[in-house]
Write a protein that binds this ligand. Structure first.
Ligand SMILES: Nc1nc2c(ncn2[C@@H]2O[C@H](COP(=O)(O)OP(=O)(O)OP(=O)(O)O)[C@@H](O)[C@H]2O)c(=O)[nH]1
Ligand SMILES: [Mg+2]
Length: 299
């Protein structure tokens, strides 16, 4: 029986964890129905926790997208990324472990096994659009169930938005009964300015080759939002002088492509025209520089 004044609302934090590239950010965006977390084919795209808020009539699920655990590039930045996962876990009422169905079993999976002692554990098997053998999927679900005893195992496709309602139905009853944590119309805790920097960083991840994206960061220098036009001036930090020329490209072509793609995303975000000015600056070892990381909100 419910106490007379107990709220009917459920509300709480769901930390999305999993190996790099599992599709965590794609899932967050699909759940919220808006792009707030950047995605790419490369592992370790996400650098900081991003909260996406999904509010229905009687429940509010606050999803925390986390960076994949860092196994290479030990810098001040990657250490902060690992701390980000731990912070998300300490706040979470539910841990949602996302597994890429196409990836092989990996020693890092052990890292997630220890999460089962934390909050309630739900496992989602992602990218089921990539597999034909449904029997294999069933076996996979049963094996995970037997090994980790989660509250539920839900096969999904974040990209094709398959089974997301089933996932939400599995998560909601695991949240405590309490009033909403955020106003009902909020979709994220991130600022528009912070999201704009991320949209630019996404293009660096998508359009630059090899190791270069990992050597870059984006800093917004000015952000003037007016009804007719939002003016943004942003700096792309690179680690070494040679990288600057690559980001700019022949005749400035590369930088122009990056700027155009980012501008289109930011226009969707602010719902209006954007003038985006991009500069490239060399700042050696920025990923180990405390002050730069502080300024970028990455410490
Ligand atoms: N086929 C398929 N691809 C997907 C699905 N979900 C995500 N992807 C792709 O998987 C890649 C990685 O997606 P992200 O969302 O960036 O993965 P992430 O787990 O956030 O990665 P990190 O931030 O690097 O830890 C991207 O190329 C996505 O388009 C899915 O359901 N099906
Ligand atoms: Mg991500």
């Amino acid at each position: 029986m419910t106490a007379p004044f107990e709220t009917v609302h459920r509300s709480g934090y769901v930390a999305i964890v999993g190996r790099p590239n599992a599709g965590k950010s794609t899932l967050l965006n699909a759940l919220i129905g808006q792009k707030i977390s950047i995605t790419s084919r490369r592992p370790q795209t996400t650098r900081q926790n991003i909260a996406g808020i999904l509010t229905s009539l009687d429940a509010q699920l606050v999803f925390l997208d986390t960076p994949g655990f860092q196994t290479q590039y030990r810098t001040g930045l990657t250490k902060a990324m690992d701390r980000g996962i731990k912070n998300a876990l300490s706040e979470a009422h539910v841990v949602l472990w996302l597994i890429d169905v196409t990836a092989n079993v990996h020693k890092d999976d052990e890292l997630f096994a220890r999460l089962k002692d934390a909050a309630a554990l739900v496992i989602a098997i992602n990218k089921i659009d990539r597999i034909d053998n449904k029997n294999k999927l069933l076996e996979h679900i049963q094996a995970l169930d037997a090994e980790y005893h989660p509250k539920a195992v839900v096969p999904i496709s974040a990209q094709n938005r398959l089974q997301l309602d089933t996932l939400i139905e599995a998560l909601t009853p695991l949240l405590p009964r309490q009033e909403f944590l955020y106003p009902e119309d909020n979709v994220t805790t991130a600022s528009v300015r912070g999201l704009a920097a991320e949209m630019i960083r996404e293009k660096l991840f998508r359009q630059l080759g090899q190791e270069l994206p990992y050597s870059t960061a984006v800093e917004i220098e000015t952000f003037e939002e007016k009804p007719a036009l939002t003016r943004i001036r942003a700096v792309i930090l690179v680690d070494k002088p040679g990288q600057k020329a690559i980001v700019i490209g022949k005749g400035g072509e590369k930088l122009k492509e990056i700027g155009t793609a980012a501008r289109l995303d930011i226009e969707k975000l602010v719902g209006g025209k954007v003038f985006l000015e991009l500069w490239v600056k060399v700042k050696q070892s920025w990923a180990d520089d405390r002050r730069t990381l502080d300024r970028l909100g990455l410490s």
